[in-house]
Design a protein around this ligand. Structure first.
Ligand code: XMP
Length: 505
């Protein structure tokens, strides 16, 4: 297995995911756990991830030099590359501006890491500082127009660094570089990493035995798969609770209940709590406060009911990125607090079971397919935990929610009709909270603005807006202003992430 030391990069999971796809196990740990994790897991290789800090920062995140004593091959990526240079006698220089995007790497020396690559390769950069001298004993193996030490290698010590991100799909030969590291340098032998459903069900059964369990269904695929696997393990001893927050898309609650009733026999209770959520959200305009409020009320409503059932276990659809984020967020910059991560207060009195905690999203989708989930649920676009509350700029009210829901349903319907829905990451409407002037008949009409956000992404960390055909944009816009009376203006968001995030809040 390969140990990944997480310095807080947004792409640490991508590294892990790519390695899993290449048939090798990984384990992600924080820098201060590195030495003990090496003893415990005896990894065949170590990867130092990227991260937002600077090696010269006041609280620079570094790693114990003892990791270099074990003669284990090491690959440093981006900040990890800087850490290697900084700790091993090279030099890092503080940048003057952030370098972000594609660059051409010119390979100047043949090494095992770059075996089979062209002299020039397209690579993906995202950094501020840069390495200007490699570690002592290491040689420069490549440069880009902006960085003279874009890669280095010490073949004898099996130590490698890349300023760019081989895990990014924009780095054309990224997989080849990772596979060279895993197989040729670390000596890993790839094996089938396919998930074993029966094993998961068996382990749930073993844990819960004769006790009772509850599960919160969110409408998303993770909690749904966790619930169905648990149902297979313990049958009627599981009760699923679905909290209708009032922040869902048009008819979503009914669709979810209908889908569960039709496909699975499990006990499902629906808690209608729209009023409670709207009351709590009154007057709140700050996005983070909205998130925290929705999270808090959710827990209150859920706990109240769950306690009545007398359950000992709480089933959660936590997947691997959530597990790491809730532990590792101390180093990653907190861009948004995702309320489904670590949202439960510590003293809730339940024993937690997380059947999917070792899996990535695409593996959960695979399981869902095997379990017979309808295609529509599996491919439904990602929806934020706080729901439409973070798609309304300004205070959340029932009226605004209803307007937004109608506009959103039109976008989704038109994207589906155009055959584009499953080809993109997300397509949705934002209630911009800006009133502008329009005309209706001969009268002035002061009404709402709806923004369309239709984006493409491969890894959540970056996104581009979709170049929708003008005719389709026209159709969506026309339908919204005619079918949603309160709206007088529709605009299209043409911003990439970064600098914008996908959601507006
Ligand atoms: P951003 O807006 O951060 O979104 O670019 C990245 C992805 O995460 C989703 N998202 C959330 N999911 N709780 C969630 O469960 C949240 O608070 C939240 N905020 C954003 C977003 O929909 C997108 O797919």
């Amino acid at each position: 297995m390969i140990l990944i030391i997480d310095f807080g990069s947004q792409t640490t999971h991508l590294i892990s995911r790519r390695i899993k796809d290449l048939g090798v196990k990984t384990h992600i740990v924080l820098p201060n756990q590195a030495v003990s994790a090496i003893k415990q897991y005896q990894p065949k290789g170590i990867i130092l991830s990227g991260g937002p800090s600077s090696v010269y920062g006041k609280d620079a995140l570094l790693v114990d030099k003892k990791i270099f004593d074990e003669n284990i091959p090491i690959l440093g990526i981006c900040y990890g590359h800087e850490v290697l240079a900084h700790l091993l006698g090279g030099k890092v220089e503080t940048g003057v501006r952030k370098e972000y995007g594609p660059e051409t790497l010119t390979i100047t020396k043949d090494t095992s890491l770059f075996k089979g690559l062209n002299r020039q390769e397209l690579v993906w950069n995202s950094h501020f500082d840069r390495v200007v001298a490699p570690p002592s004993g290491a040689q420069i193996t490549g440069f880009t127009p902006s960085v003279s030490v874009a890669a280095f290698a010490d073949e004898e010590k099996r130590l490698y660094g890349t300023m760019f991100h081989p895990e990014s799909h924009h780095t054309t030969s990224g997989n080849k570089i990772l596979s060279n590291f895993l197989i040729d340098i670390c000596g890993e032998i790839p094996t089938d990493q396919k998930i074993n459903r029966e094993e998961i069900v068996g382990s749930i059964k073993e844990t819960i035995r004769d006790d009772l369990a509850v599960c919160a269904l969110s409408g998303g695929i993770d909690s749904a798969v966790a619930a169905v696997l648990t149902y297979k393990a313990i049958g009627d001893k599981l009760t699923c609770l679905y909290v209708d927050t009032g922040m869902m898309r048009l008819d979503e609650t009914e669709q979810i209940i209908g889908m569960f009733k039709k496909n699975f026999q499990l006990n499902l209770e629906v808690l209608r709590a729209e009023k409670e959520f709207l009351e709590a959200l009154k007057g709140i305009i700050d996005p983070e406060e909205k998130r925290k409020t929705v999270g808090r009320v959710f827990i209150e409503v859920f706990e109240r009911e769950a306690k009545k059932l007398g359950a000992t276990f709480l089933i959660q659809g936590t997947i691997y990125p959530d597990v790491i984020e809730s532990k590792g967020s101390q180093h990653a910059q907190n861009i948004k607090s995702h309320h489904n991560v670590g949202g439960l207060p510590k003293k809730h009195g339940f024993k937690i079971v997380e059947p999917l905690r070792n899996l990535y999203k695409d593996e959960v989708r695979e399981l869902a397919k095997e379990l017979g989930f309808p295609h529509e649920l599996i491919w439904r676009h990602v929806f934020p935990g706080p729901g439409l509350a973070v798609r309304i700029i300004g205070e959340v009210t029932k009226e605004k929610l209803d307007i937004l829901r109608k506009a959103d349903a039109i976008i989704v319907e038109e994207l589906k009709k155009a055959g584009l829905y499953e080809k993109i990451w997300m397509g949705f409407a934002i209630f911009a909270g800006i009133k502008t002037t329009g005309v209706a008949g001969d009268e002035r009409k002061y009404g709402e603005t709806i923004a369309l956000r239709v984006i493409e992404s491969k890894d959540t960390m970056s996104a581009d807006w979709v170049r929708l055909p003008y005719d389709l944009l026209d159709k969506i816009s026309h339908r919204i202003v005619t079918e949603v009376y309160e709206v007088v203006r529709v605009v299209y968001d043409i911003t990439t992430k970064p600098p914008a995030t996908m959601e507006w809040e």
